[in-house]
Write a protein that binds this ligand. Structure first.
Ligand code: URA
Length: 206
């Protein structure tokens, strides 16, 4: 399932982070806010359990999340998203995933993976701003599944058909939430119009 989050605030913030003139400082801030908005949509169907509490006036049956949440940012640009997600899910834990490209196979290889021990019990949210070829996200999801995760969703800001098809084929059980589906993936695997290199723009390494 692919959900394009079309809220006006999402479109406005995405426009700012796409803009070439946007500084790293503003890029970080808007990306973080965009991540919070995307998370809101991506967690719409999370299971809850009843929690009975006492208000100052009476007993009240409210809700608590049924399962723990794990956010899995793909380094390094995913860090820019996880920060915004943590703002509205402060008790989530983090499974950092580092992927690099193998020089011979050109496929992603994990160089760092540090998940919490409760992966199997948790709702896991994979965070990567750009879903380009989809190979890193797909390999990251495989890694999480091998480590025991069963409930995984993917949140990205900008995607393209190639990346979406890669995830749909390799992981049809993983719903994808994106702010936009852009028309083209160029020969250097950049999404066009996209926003450039998300990691560089986030950390000022342009
Ligand atoms: N990663 C990025 O940061 N940008 C792209 O356009 C594609 C992959």
């Amino acid at each position: 399932m692919i959900t394009v989050v079309e809220h006006p605030l999402v479109r406005v913030k995405l426009t700012r982070i796409r803009d070439l003139r946007t500084s790293s400082e503003v890029f970080r801030a808007r990306l973080s806010e965009l991540a919070s908005l995307l998370l809101f949509e991506a967690t719409r169907d999370l299971a809850t359990r009843a929690e009975v509490i006492q208000t100052p006036l009476a007993e009240y049956e409210g809700a608590a999340l049924l399962r723990p949440i794990i956010i899995a940012p793909i380094l390094r640009a995913g860090l820019g998203i996880s920060e915004g997600m943590l703002r509205i899910l402060p008790d989530a834990t983090i499974a950092h995933i580092g992927m690099k490209r193998d020089e011979h196979t050109h496929r992603p290889v994990a160089y760092y993976f540090n998940p919490p021990s409760n992966l199997a019990d948790a709702d896991v949210i994979v965070a990567d701003p750009m879903l380009a070829t989809g190979h890193s996200a797909s390999a990251s999801i495989s890694l999480l599944k091998e480590a025991g995760a069963t409930r995984i969703r993917l949140v990205c800001c900008v995607s393209c058909q190639e990346g979406l098809a890669q995830i749909r084929t390799a992981h049809p059980d993983v719903p994808i939430f994106t702010a936009a589906i852009d028309p083209v993936l160029n020969e250097r695997a950049y999404i066009v119009p996209g926003l450039g290199d998300a990691g560089d723009r986030l950390f000022g390494t342009v």
